[in-house]
Design a protein around this ligand. Structure first.
Ligand code: FMN
Length: 187
């Protein structure tokens, strides 16, 4: 029944408030510890209503840049999600409570190249007013508009931490995506 309702929902519906989410004023209402928030793993999604994908992320940052409230995420070259990050103007970062371990483990070990991960997990995709995908099963959704994206360049590595990291990292250098927060919703 729920699936039928979602399938019938008009593409432009402001779905985030229809699925039990409440809009958040991120600067006031965000109560997580920013130093640990990414470490505990989140989902990153990008794409459009025709094609989209999500993956688990464990690296990222929250803060301010260019007078904007900003979220930074890092996507390795070989991730299927990368093409969606490169082609779309927006992305979402999602936190889960229910089924968190199952979802993050699957999304972080399987590739969307080999099949629809959301479908396999029975997650339901909805879209923000900007057409950015998110899952209605998430507990928190932050939508960002990419302001800057660039791959790490080894000529700028200043110590052994990044050099050692990429010496044995077959997925390639990460691209940094810095997004302005344009919407945030929490259940
Ligand atoms: C806990 C955890 C954290 C991860 N963090 C990142 C990350 O920050 N950046 C990244 O590029 N890959 C990260 N990954 C790996 C991707 O989630 C994984 O390669 C995924 O299968 C990519 O899916 P895709 O090919 O559908 O994009 C993480 C995986 C796990 C399990």
């Amino acid at each position: 029944m729920m699936i039928a309702l979602i399938a019938l929902a008009p593409a432009t519906m402001s779905a985030q408030t229809e699925h039990g989410f409440k809009a958040m004023a991120i600067e006031q209402d965000f109560a997580e510890n920013g130093f640990n928030w990414f470490r505990h793993a989140l989902l990153l999604a990008a794409g459009n209503e025709q094609q989209n994908n999500a993956m688990t992320i464990g690296w990222g940052g929250i803060g301010t840049l260019w007078r904007k409230t900003a979220v930074t995420v890092y996507v390795a070259e070989k991730r299927y999600t990368k093409q969606f990050m490169d082609n779309a103007q927006y992305f979402t970062v999602m936190a889960f409570t229910d089924r968190k371990e199952e979802i993050l483990e699957y999304m972080g070990t399987k590739s969307g190249r080999d099949g629809d991960k959301a479908k396999a997990l029975n997650l339901h995709t909805a879209y923000t007013q900007n057409g950015t995908p998110y899952y209605i099963e998430a507990d928190m959704v932050i939508e960002c508009r990419t302001m800057y994206a660039a791959p790490f360049d080894p000529q700028y590595f200043r110590d052994e931490v990044p050099r050692n990291m990429y010496a044995h990292f077959p997925a390639g250098f990460h691209t940094m995506y810095i997004g302005e927060v344009v919407g945030a919703w929490k259940k």
